[in-house]
Unconditional design. Structure first.
Length: 252
């Protein structure tokens, strides 16, 4: 069952409502790891955080924390979802409630305080060039978060990455299906933007930038899936293409 899961097929038609986002995350978790189960609620912690900030948190944030906030394998492998007590308000853009941070603090994601009264408000990301729109809705940003964290899950044993030369740019959309998520900016800058996702059964790819030397990140559900990606896109894979891949450091 898990090997047959295709992200693009599961998201066919896009994410028009946030309940579809949560349903996808449940399906993805069950196929790529362990099913989500009720329990481990962060309701009390979220209430304390809201009281600290003197404002209500959007319904979509509440729902996502309740769904996956206690599952580090889904939200905390690389650029983690902040725990409720770790949230903070950045004073730019009239104030931004930050709920996610790049692992070295080089970028943060959040919702403008002025938008907190919306159930599923837009998300901004602080890039090296300032704050820019990230996703139109928190629920979309949460789907992206789970997919991005999945890339670096399993301690990187099923991950690889390469810089795409010109002759390989067309192979990604040729062999893998485009995941119907909106294009969005990579926090490192315009040269690595926009970000697009591709998939096949048991295979997940993220392309940062569309031109020559854009980065392609790949994750397989199994080692055989990852090997198949590397064979299909015969690029200069950073971690090599050997049985010792699990012992190599991540390039980022």
């Amino acid at each position: 069952m898990s090997g047959s899961f295709d992200v693009a097929q599961a998201l066919d038609g896009g994410v028009c409502k946030r309940d579809r986002a949560w349903a996808f995350i449940r399906s993805f978790a069950a196929a790529w790891g362990e099913p989500l189960v009720d329990g481990g609620s962060l309701t009390a912690e979220l209430a304390r955080a809201a009281a600290t900030f003197g404002c209500s948190l959007p319904a979509a944030l509440h729902e996502f924390y309740a769904l996956a906030g206690t599952r580090p394998d889904l939200v905390s492998n690389q650029d983690p979802l902040l725990l409720p007590h770790e949230m903070f308000v950045h004073d730019e853009c009239g104030g931004v409630l930050v709920f996610r941070s790049e692992n070295q603090g080089c970028a943060v994601w959040g919702v403008r305080l002025a938008d907190l009264d919306q159930e599923d408000p837009p998300v901004l990301v602080q890039t090296q060039h300032g704050w820019v729109p990230f996703m139109d809705r928190v629920s979309l940003a949460c789907v992206e978060l789970v997919l991005s964290e999945a890339l670096f899950g399993d301690e990187g044993r099923l991950y690889n990455a390469c810089e795409l030369p010109a002759d390989l740019l067309g192979k990604v959309p040729e062999h893998f299906q485009h995941v119907p998520l909106p294009d969005y900016p990579m926090w490192t800058g315009p040269e690595d933007s926009p970000v697009r996702w591709f998939s096949a059964q048991g295979k997940l790819l993220r392309q940062d930038g569309l031109g020559v030397h854009s980065w392609l990140h790949a994750r397989g559900r199994t080692r055989a899936d990852l090997d198949a990606i590397c064979a299909t896109i015969p690029g200069p894979w950073s971690l090599g293409y050997t049985d010792s891949m699990s012992s190599e450091p991540l390039p980022f």
